[in-house]
Design a protein around this ligand. Structure first.
Ligand code: ADP
Ligand code: MG
Length: 248
């Protein structure tokens, strides 16, 4: 059962991204049209260099399209100013990167707490939220450790907890299992399945067919464009408490 509603939380129209100029120009994303409903989980697959990461940057407002439009939660990311875009990136969108991007000088718990704070909740609620998420992702009692003391699998679990800590409407994951070894990759789709809340949208770039199989929809990309879209029967259930429940 999908939690998807009719509201498109992400929308792209004729979105194009070109790098460089003249003979050296690369069209990384080539006139993409996309509607993703709130609550949908979408997997994007395709060969290296086909534009998957660039598309995620456009969708999350980390980069602006060369032409065409991108809307997040009904707002056009191309029009709004840098300040509003930065706020949107903090509160509406979260990223999970292949290389984790944890803050190395903060403990696992602090990494998760810190990203829960800008959502405008009390430090106490942020801490409880972080504890709850870390318990769910099970970094095996190592929440007081610095990232350098954690395995790749544990770091990515912390990165997943961090991405969900501010209750973003959209989570963009760029090959989240790309840096993990074979045994570890099994856990990440299950984490998404367990942790993400109804109405939360996931876009996952992956080479892992096990992750893709958990999505509602699978998009195949080649040379910057969509070459195939398949609807899958996927489903997600949210089991975490919301901030509304944690705040007291
Ligand atoms: P994928 O994530 O599917 O591997 P990317 O979105 O990273 O693909 O890259 C798509 C294309 O754009 C590739 O040809 C890549 O070399 C090029 N590209 C990506 N980022 C840049 C950049 N900052 N400057 C120039 N070319 C880039
Ligand atoms: Mg990439």
């Amino acid at each position: 059962m999908s939690n998807a509603t009719d509201t498109p939380v992400l929308r792209a129209r004729g979105s194009r991204k070109e790098y460089g100029k003249g003979d050296g120009m690369v069209r990384a994303v080539d006139d993409v049209d996309l509607d993703i409903a709130a609550g949908e989980t979408v997997a994007i697959m395709g060969p290296s260099g086909c534009g998957k990461s660039t598309l995620l940057y456009l969708l999350g407002g980390l980069d602006r399209p060369t032409s065409g439009e991108v809307e997040l939660d009904g707002r056009c990311v191309d029009d709004i100013g840098e300040k509003a875009l930065a706020r949107m990136r903090r509160t509406d969108v979260s990223y999970i990167f292949q290389s984790f991007h944890l803050m190395e000088e903060l403990t696992a718990a602090e990494n998760v707490e810190l990203s829960a704070l800008p959502a405008g909740h009390s430090p106490r609620a942020a801490r409880r939220r972080a504890e709850q998420l870390l318990e769910q992702v099970r970094p095996a009692g190592r929440t007081g450790f610095l990232p350098s003391a954690l395995s790749g699998d544990q770091r990515q679990r912390v990165a997943v907890a961090r991405a969900l800590s501010n209750e973003p409407s959209v989570v963009l994951a760029d090959e989240p299992t790309g840096n993990l070894d074979g045994a570890a990759t099994l856990d990440v789709p299950q984490l998404f399945e367990t942790l993400h809340e109804p109405g939360q949208t996931l876009v996952i770039v992956t080479h892992d067919s096990r992750i893709a199989a958990t999505a509602d929809r699978l998009i195949s990309m080649r040379d910057g464009a969509f070459v195939d879209e398949t609807s899958l029967t996927g489903g997600t259930t949210g089991r975490l408490g919301t901030f509304a429940e944690l705040e007291d």
